[in-house]
Write a protein that binds this ligand. Structure first.
Ligand SMILES: [Zn+2]
Ligand SMILES: [Zn+2]
Length: 398
């Protein structure tokens, strides 16, 4: 176990114990100019020296830190000034007893980051910072009590769920395998079995005493994190409180559900910890397609072939809709590609029951193959009677 003895910061800076703040500042600046890593690239010894003077300056240039240092013989942020004063009254550092750091692990104290020679300005202060971190780590227990784990809500889950074309329109039940964390059946999410046991390390107080030489520091018990009790981790969930499971989830698809719609299943997400509520399960519905109908929101689109006489003379034709066979009126002179709207023949809106979208029919005129002379004769006669040039408009616009 490494031990360290007290450092004489005054000697390091070459000043008297009675030095004024100005004298200390001057002495530090003079030494810093001489030993700064930028001035001595690659010089390990200068770097060490610079760290020492930075450390010394950090403490004795600060009035409060200096007082504690004078009283105790070393400085730490964790030392209470009143404690230090009491220590000094008992004889303290003045009696020349070195404070023994034996028992504390100072590993890493001298080898912080920023020790790459000649690379950085302020290497000393970086290492000093590192030193303080380690110091805090030893004595910080009382300052940062670790909270015992309280209830934590479970996380939400998101899954994609497919609903076929008709289920999305008419509604229905759907199933999905969902992989989720559920409360452990053995410990019911408590993560431990049996009651709480008094922590043997601190006898249930949550605090232990660490000696710093002749100084005592109360810190949180490392065994139980300051809670004063220990628990037996549950064997089923290994102390997690939750177990993974894959289970089929059955859910209702509302009539009129659209592609991309989210369904929230409250409490079907991951289980919470220590009695926290479960998260929610969100299902993103992906709706299936149909060979005849195409759905766009609440509207249904489809293409309907019509004959030349139907398109030309007008007709009433039967067309499929999503619920019944319905009649569609083709007005005389309907062109191929023309769209005809059938109001209220679309999908019922999921939010507003009774309100339906439209069916939009794209007319596709089918040209007949004429296989007999009589038909061809009629067609020629028709052409003669209707001498139209459908391309005339094209040329007019040139
Ligand atoms: Zn368990
Ligand atoms: Zn304990």
């Amino acid at each position: 176990m490494p031990t360290t003895t007290n450092k004489d910061y005054y000697a390091t800076l070459g000043v008297k114990k009675t030095a004024t703040a100005t004298e200390i500042r001057k002495a530090f600046r003079k030494l810093a100019r001489r030993y700064h890593p930028d001035v001595n690239p690659g010089d390990k010894r200068a770097e060490e020296k610079f760290k020492e003077i930075s450390e010394a300056n950090d403490v004795i240039s600060d009035e409060k830190k200096r007082k504690i240092y004078d009283q105790v013989g070393f400085y730490s942020d964790q030392i209470d000034p009143a404690q230090a004063a009491a220590y000094a009254r008992q004889g303290g550092a003045g009696r020349g007893t070195p404070v023994d750091f034996g028992g504390f692990d100072f590993t890493g104290f001298q080898s912080g980051p920023g020790q790459h020679p000649g690379q950085q300005a302020g290497a000393g202060s970086q290492s000093w910072g590192n030193f303080k971190d380690i110091f805090s780590g030893i004595f910080s227990g009382a300052q940062q009590p670790q909270q015992p784990r309280g209830p934590q809500p479970g996380t939400d889950l998101e899954y994609q769920a497919t609903a076929d074309f008709w289920t999305a329109i008419r509604g229905g039940q759907a199933r999905l395998q969902v992989h989720r964390q559920e409360a452990c059946p053995t410990c019911h999410g408590q993560a431990h079995t049996g009651g709480l046991t008094q922590c043997p390390e601190c006898n249930g107080t949550g605090q232990v005493t660490q000696m710093g030489g002749r100084m005592k520091f109360n810190i949180n018990c490392p065994q139980c994190n300051g809670t004063g009790h220990t628990t037996n981790a549950c064997h089923t969930c290994h102390g997690e409180g939750v177990v993974s499971s894959t289970e089929p989830i059955e859910f209702r698809i509302k009539a009129g559900t659209r592609d991309g719609q989210r369904i929230r299943l409250q409490g079907k997400g991951n289980a919470g910890l220590n009695g926290g509520p479960a998260g929610d399960l969100y299902l993103i519905v992906r709706t299936g397609t149909h060979p005849v109908f195409t759905r766009e929101g609440d509207d249904i689109h489809l293409t309907v072939p019509v004959t030349v006489p139907e398109a030309s003379l007008g007709a009433k034709v039967d067309v499929p809709t999503i619920d019944v066979r319905a009649q569609l009126k083709i007005p005389p002179g309907t062109q191929s590609g023309q769209k005809l709207r059938m109001r209220g023949r679309g999908v019922e809106n999921a939010q507003h029951p009774g309100q339906r979208g439209d069916q939009i029919v794209t007319v596709e005129v089918v040209v007949p193959h004429l296989n007999d002379e009589r038909s061809r004769e009629i067609m020629r006669e028709l052409a003669k009677l209707n001498a139209q040039d459908p391309r005339a408009a094209l040329f007019e616009k040139l």
